[in-house]
Design a protein around this ligand. Structure first.
Ligand SMILES: NC(=O)c1ccc[n+]([C@@H]2O[C@H](COP(=O)([O-])OP(=O)(O)OC[C@H]3O[C@@H](n4cnc5c(N)ncnc54)[C@H](OP(=O)(O)O)[C@@H]3O)[C@@H](O)[C@H]2O)c1
Length: 243
């Protein structure tokens, strides 16, 4: 019987850490990202720009067409892909960048979760949705209006879907996870923003200089252990630094 995990943004950063940890532990791993990567070691890769709703739908339908519900014991989708968008005060950000960032960080997880629930409706296996959120969902950072708003939206989606799915027989369980400060391109982007555009930039430079960044593999391993130990219960919003 297969254990399957679909990871958005499984090609680099935290997503790559998750892909490699789940793969090492015997999962079939499917990655969805914007970059066109033919094959990422033994992970199945689908190229898809998550800012485009129709492409997301086609990709998910295609992915599910290669699964066998009678041969699957565990099916998980990790909504990990995300971006900071332009880091600046809102009046200095273009409408297209505002729209793109919300599409990738919030609209795409809504669509992916909707499709996951629909396409796995009559599956008997364990079904899980993990939304990679952020402390930015509850801490307002100046110059991160889209990022903070989208992560707050992701957490509210977790709360709503957990209620909806609780009522469903063999429903999907859903959680939000704050991964902490992870050593990825996104952190580099934050600390490389000019100070005039980002008041808190020094905080991010300090995280780096004081060795406070955690490797993607370490964070991914912690998430994996929380998963298999049954800690990721429907409706939970958890910061992995506190567990
Ligand atoms: N790093 C941190 O300290 C930190 C802290 C809190 C939360 N998080 C969250 O953790 C998650 C992973 O972040 P990260 O730090 O690993 O970021 P990252 O290194 O910047 O990687 C971003 C990932 O998202 C994918 N992605 C971005 N835009 C996409 C699009 N339009 N379509 C498809 N894929 C797209 C990228 O794929 P391509 O390579 O194809 O662009 C890449 O795999 C994000 O949700 C982030 O908000 C990170």
């Amino acid at each position: 019987m297969e254990k399957i995990v679909i990871i958005t943004g499984g090609n680099r950063g935290l997503g790559l850490g998750l892909a490699s940890v789940y793969h090492k532990n015997g999962y079939r791993v499917i990655s969805i990202s914007k970059s066109n990567i033919e094959k990422l070691y033994t992970v199945e890769h689908y190229q898809c720009d998550l800012s485009k709703p129709d492409t997301i739908e086609n990709t998910m339908v295609e992915i599910f067409s290669h699964f066998d519900k009678n041969n699957t014991v565990n099916l998980t989708l990790i909504n990990n892909a995300g971006n900071l968008g332009t880091v600046n005060t809102l009046e200095n950000i273009s409408p297209s960048n505002i729209s793109y960032t919300i599409q990738v960080n919030l609209v795409a997880p809504l669509i992916l979760n909707s499709l996951f629930i629909k396409l796995s409706k009559d599956w008997d296996c364990k079904k899980q949705l993990f939304n990679i959120s952020s402390g930015a969902a509850i801490n307002p950072y100046e110059s991160w209006a889209m990022y903070c708003s989208s992560k707050a939206g992701v957490d509210m989606m977790t709360k709503v879907l957990s209620k909806e799915q609780k009522e469903v027989q063999n429903g999907v369980s859903i959680v939000s996870i704050y991964p902490g400060i992870v050593d990825t391109d996104m952190q580099a982007e934050a600390r490389n923003t000019p100070k005039e555009n980002f008041k808190s930039v020094q905080r991010f430079i300090d995280f780096h200089e004081h060795g406070e960044l955690i490797s993607p593999n370490e964070v991914a391993t912690k998430i994996y252990h929380l998963d298999i130990s049954g800690e990721l219960k429907n409706g939970r919003i958890l910061d992995i630094r506190n567990v």
